[in-house]
Design a protein around this ligand. Structure first.
Ligand code: ZN
Length: 303
């Protein structure tokens, strides 16, 4: 069956609750997503591709409820429907669609002002979309947290003209409310910061834990499950590909600890999965318990 963007789905993590709130999706050719990857690899993994043979990546946010705290990890792309055009050839390589996040937040029983904390894994455009609308904060009550190295990168050396960089307007909006977090911090009870640099210099994952249960929220340290099964699969937008690969080995070790699930917000179909080792090869299993409450709205690509 062709891959689809993940729908809204929820799991319990001990006393915590984690809900994936869809915003939309990115679909792009394997060549543009993973330059240099082989055709046979993708032919062997058709479940990661849509009906047109493009890699499907979900877009969205993870809502974490911890006691009275209402936390969003990342903020999707925001309202858009636009093609991804190869600048060299002018060909359409894929498609970006977003805008469903607030509807899914409301369906989860929350208003934007109920969110008290926004945690950014990093500041790429597909994670900052609902930061601000026309000069007004989308989550006016929330503290906005990001690693200092990430903020410094995008406000000094990061190229705002390339790929999924944040916009100048987004950085200006965030400047008025940003607070820094660091590796090992616990900004919310049960939510620990895990530095996972490489995709971007200040990229962070987050470890949700309660009792004996853990969920590692990958952010963009891992975009698709195949990245942990095929050693050298490198994503196009990694700022430091070599460091990103070393970080993947660190993530892999985290995921193989007992009682640990991954939350892959870019994974297609199902975002909560368990990495298993054995018989000389890793594999994933995706628990049925996270079955989607409601999928994202169907969107058509223009002719
Ligand atoms: Zn990214």
């Amino acid at each position: 069956m062709p891959a689809r963007p993940a729908g809204r789905c929820k799991i319990a993590v001990g006393d915590l609750e984690a809900t994936f709130l869809p915003d939309g999706y990115i679909c792009a050719t394997p060549e543009s997503s993973y330059p240099g990857s082989s055709e046979p690899l993708w032919r062997a993994n058709p479940h990661l591709l849509d009906g047109d043979g493009r890699v499907v990546m979900s877009l969205g946010a993870l809502l974490v409820r911890s006691g009275e705290r209402q936390v969003l990890i990342d903020l999707g792309w925001g309202p858009t429907e636009s093609p991804i055009v190869d600048p060299a050839t002018g060909a359409t390589d894929g498609w970006i669609a977003g805008g469903a996040l607030l509807r899914h937040l409301e369906a989860s029983g929350l208003r934007p002002e109920d969110v008290d904390t926004v945690l950014f894994s990093h500041l790429h455009r597909d994670h900052t979309g609902w930061l601000d609308r026309n000069g007004t904060p989308c989550f006016p009550s929330a503290t906005h947290l990001v690693a200092e190295a990430e903020w410094t990168y995008w406000t000094t050396t990061g190229d705002l003209g390339v790929g999924p960089a944040p916009t100048k307007e987004q950085l200006d909006a965030l400047a008025t409310r940003v607070t820094f977090v660091a590796d090992g911090d616990t900004p919310v009870p049960g939510v620990d910061v895990l530095a996972t640099p490489g995709h971007t210099p200040g990229h962070c994952s987050f470890v949700l834990s309660s009792g004996t249960e853990r969920v590692v929220v990958l952010g963009d340290a891992v975009h698709c499950p195949l990245e942990l099964l095929e050693g050298e699969l490198a994503f196009v937008a990694d700022v430091d590909p070599a460091l990103a690969q070393r970080t993947k080995r660190q993530i892999e070790a985290e995921l193989l600890r007992p009682g640990t699930l991954a939350a892959g917000p870019h994974f297609a179909d199902l975002v909560f999965g368990r990495l298993l080792s054995g018989e000389g090869r890793r594999r994933w299993c995706f628990p049925e318990a996270q079955r989607s409450v409601q999928g994202p709205p169907p969107r058509g690509e223009p002719a």
